[in-house]
Design a protein around this ligand. Structure first.
Ligand code: BDR
Ligand code: CA
Length: 312
């Protein structure tokens, strides 16, 4: 099985991704690391532990950064994920607790323990990954791949016309991640806005798997209400769980290679700027930037079928 660490801010779609990964026989989840984003880092940590208890797995949870690296924190989007991060279903607190190690240190130690074997899947703002690179720059060579949900190459943003939420929450950290010498795959709004998860699928998962499916169905209702009220759609977009599907079966996606950099100030702050491979520019910002794999196409039916069958 492929060894993964999931860096996360649960979050309703983070919960979908994490339970999906726990059920996938192709994946071995070595740990969850948490960050602020959809909720505070303390609540994200509680929620991550709760997910391990719902899935009845023993997976360490390491708490990470509480605030962005260089900008003021933005408010938590409780109108999208609820005050509890799970659509206001108000579950009791988890029994377990986080390990006594920071998220960044956990990432470094785990990657060093399995050189070349660990894939980091990032579902929130990228502060923990940037910190891991600061603690130990060699992790970039030792990681198998970084697969992140965030950004957009040509689709509109979701927190500004050009910015996606995870990148906007810590643009400097994101720029560090996109310019470090590791293999990054970006799964952004270009593809996640092409996939619609609806209540038909969630009800079938609930029927087949009442414990996890029931929990996902309950928290998804608030999320679906948000998307249906804001956009002309009957369901929700499929953000974080797309990364898990990518790691299980990359053939579901079509990728383009290019340099990605992040705008760190001004009205374009948080924008992921995509320069397709082969283009060259006199501006120095574009020299020697490693190639990111940017997902631009997705087989939505295949993706949703993989999600449903794995969780059922
Ligand atoms: C991303 O932002 C968060 O609200 C979601 O959990 C997802 O990671 C989508 O823009
Ligand atoms: Ca997330």
């Amino acid at each position: 099985a492929r060894k993964i660490i999931i860096d996360t801010d649960p979050g309703i779609d983070d919960a979908m991704a994490i339970l999906f990964a726990f059920q996938a026989p192709q994946l071995e989840v070595l740990g969850l690391t948490t960050t602020f984003g959809n909720v505070s880092v303390d609540l994200a940590t509680q929620n991550a532990i709760k997910l391990t208890e719902i899935a009845q797995v023993t997976v360490p949870v390491a708490k990470g950064v509480a605030v962005p690296s260089h900008i003021a924190p933005r408010p938590h989007p409780d109108f999208v994920h609820g005050k509890d991060g799970f659509g206001n279903i108000n579950l009791p607190a988890p029994a377990g607790s986080a390990i006594d190690k920071s998220a960044a240190q956990f990432i470094v130690d785990t990657v060093r323990a399995f050189p070349g074997e660990v894939t980091i899947i990032a579902l929130g703002p990228l502060g923990n990954l940037a910190k891991a690179l600061e603690l130990d720059p060699e992790v970039a060579d030792l990681v198998d791949e970084v697969v992140l949900m965030g950004g957009t190459a040509i689709e509109y943003g979701n927190v500004s016309p050009v910015a996606e939420a995870n990148i906007m929450n810590d643009p400097h950290a994101a720029d560090k991640v996109f310019t470090a010498p590791w293999q990054v795959t970006m799964i952004g709004l270009d593809v996640t806005h092409q996939v619609l998860l609806d209540n038909d699928i969630l009800s079938r998962i609930k029927q087949a798997n009442p414990e996890e499916g029931g929990f996902l169905f309950d928290c998804a209702q608030y999320y679906i209400d948000f998307y249906s009220s804001r956009f002309d759609m009957n369901g929700c977009y499929f953000h974080d769980a797309s990364t898990i599907a990518y790691v299980m079966d990359p053939s579901i996606f079509g990728v383009e290679l290019g340099a990605v950099r992040v705008a760190c100030e001004g009205i374009g702050i948080g924008q992921t700027i995509f320069a397709p491979q082969g283009m060259s520019f006199p501006e120095p910002h574009w020299n020697d930037v490693p190639m990111t794999q940017v997902c631009m196409e997705v087989d939505s039916e295949k993706l949703l079928t993989l999600f449903e069958t794995t969780l059922s």
